[in-house]
Design a protein around this ligand. Structure first.
Ligand code: ARG
Length: 455
């Protein structure tokens, strides 16, 4: 009696800890594609008969239809997606189903399925990053000359344009897209045919399956093929970096939305109210995007820790590779789409930005540069005189353009009225014409360059 219970209970727990169909069902399409390519190759190389191959391929076709219709029975007793598909195939076509697994193991099968999933995720995410870049470009183009303060230490530093600021993110997201593309290209080798770990004794054609599944080539080492998940880690690293960029932009949106800054407005579409404070309009989407960076970094860390101590080759630990990747890409794709929506929705409050751009003596560097350019002073000396001018303006309670000429001349008698031409934020911005600088024409040139690059 108790012996039966004793042996039963661990069996249930064993299934509970072992089962992965709850999450690896997301690999169903990849698993089917891999099995079709494998079956066709087994037939071509004479490992299985044409009759068996036809039965297998027909059965896989039926399974594909069931998956599309949502009628495929995912069953926990068959543990994972690979065994679920094979069990269903057996129900549909009988014993011939058992020949599909010739010259294959679940180890190369899962490595294949997962690679294909991650390859697709990188391509899809790259496209979403580009969509976000397009939203930023449109907003930047409309604001190539909209003056705002540029910050260092979150202190007013020098005036810039809002378009220039947004274009900084276009650059960051451009590198993110290229990281996804690089990762996608590097992982584009087929592990199918590595079998359990050592390769196969059957005359399989790994180049044929690689080509059928859109890979550049088969992997070159069977042990590596089933043992590594660096393609997933690399994609998660790219995803985490992208999430960090999103988080910084989200943080700026939160700051810009505060009444204290008052730089932007979001419509009701991308804000929420408060259940108690009727006046509130909160940038919840931005806050949630900011928080998702934690999830993304967690996903990378999670998989890195799973992998770091594993001896070659496959260990069941690696079944835990999928959840962090699925969660990371789900969160990232949602964040990218929400951010693109928010950027399109966001409107700058131009007067507030302009007012803030002139505050904090933000054109002090322009005064120092003028002293160097017009009077031939060494920059350090010009810096010192400008510091004294800022101090004087502070005493008088005026901004730099409001400082009387007499006060400036008390510091350096050769200063003339022409200096006032460079002390406005507009003049400051217009003068930054160096390549990549904030002068509106430079900003427009960069917008044009990106428009040509973005499909
Ligand atoms: N469900 C497994 C995974 O995700 C498939 C590979 C199982 N291989 C094995 N040797 N038990 O990793």
């Amino acid at each position: 009696m108790w012996g039966g219970r004793f042996s039963d209970k661990p069996a249930e727990l064993m299934q509970a800890i072992n089962v992965s169909i709850g999450f690896d069902r997301r690999l169903a399409a990849q698993d089917l594609a891999g099995s079709k390519a494998h079956a066709a190759m087994l037939q071509k190389t004479g490992v299985i008969t044409s009759d068996d191959a036809r039965a297998i391929l027909d059965g896989l076709e039926t399974i594909g239809a069931e998956l599309a219709a949502g009628t495929f029975p995912f069953r926990e007793e068959f543990e994972d997606i690979h065994m679920n598909v094979e069990a269903r195939l057996r129900e549909l076509i009988g014993p011939a189903a058992g020949r599909l697994h010739t010259a294959r193991s679940r180890n190369d099968q899962v490595a294949l399925d997962f690679r294909m999933w991650v390859r697709e995720a990188c391509a899809r995410t790259g496209e979403q990053v580009r969509a976000l870049q397009r939203a930023l470009l449109a907003k930047a183009e409309a604001n190539a000359a909209t003056i705002m303060p540029g910050f260092t230490h979150l202190q007013p530093a020098q005036p810039v344009t809002f378009g220039h600021h947004l274009m900084a993110y276009v650059e960051m997201f451009g590198r993110d897209a290229s990281r996804f593309a690089d990762a996608g290209a590097r992982m584009n080798e087929s592990p199918l045919g590595a079998a359990a770990l050592a390769g196969s004794s059957f005359p399989i054609d790994r180049h044929m399956t690689a080509e059928a599944l859109g890979f550049a080539r088969p992997t070159a080492n069977s042990l590596d093929s089933v043992a590594d998940r660096d393609f997933a880690l690399e994609s998660l690293a790219a995803a985490a970096i992208c999430a960090i960029h999103l988080s910084r932009l989200a943080e700026e949106i939160v700051i810009w939305m505060t009444p204290q800054f008052g730089f932007i407005r979001l419509t009701d579409a991308f804000t929420t109210g408060s259940s108690i404070m009727p006046q509130k309009k909160n940038p919840d989407a931005a806050e949630l995007i900011r928080a998702k960076a934690g999830r993304l970094l967690g996903s990378f860390t999670q998989l890195a820790v799973v992998m770091k101590g594993l001896p070659l080759t496959y260990s069941k630990d690696m079944q835990e590779d999928k959840v962090p990747v699925f969660e990371a890409f789900d969160a990232l794709e949602l964040s990218l789409r929400a951010m693109a929506g928010m950027i399109a929705d966001m409107q700058p409050i131009v007067e507030n930005m302009a007012k803030a751009a002139g505050a904090g003596f933000s054109t002090a560097t322009d005064l120092a540069d003028w002293l160097v350019r017009e009077l031939g002073l060494p920059f350090r000396e010009a810096h010192h005189i400008t510091g004294a001018a800022v101090k004087r303006a502070e005493q008088l309670g005026v901004d730099l353009p409001g400082l009387p000429l007499g006060d400036l001349q008390a510091l350096e008698p050769r200063i003339g009225a022409g200096v006032y031409d460079v002390l406005t934020p507009q003049a400051s911005v217009a003068s930054r014409t160096s390549y990549g600088g904030t002068a509106p024409d430079q900003v427009r040139a960069q917008i044009q360059r990106w428009k040509e690059r973005l499909p």
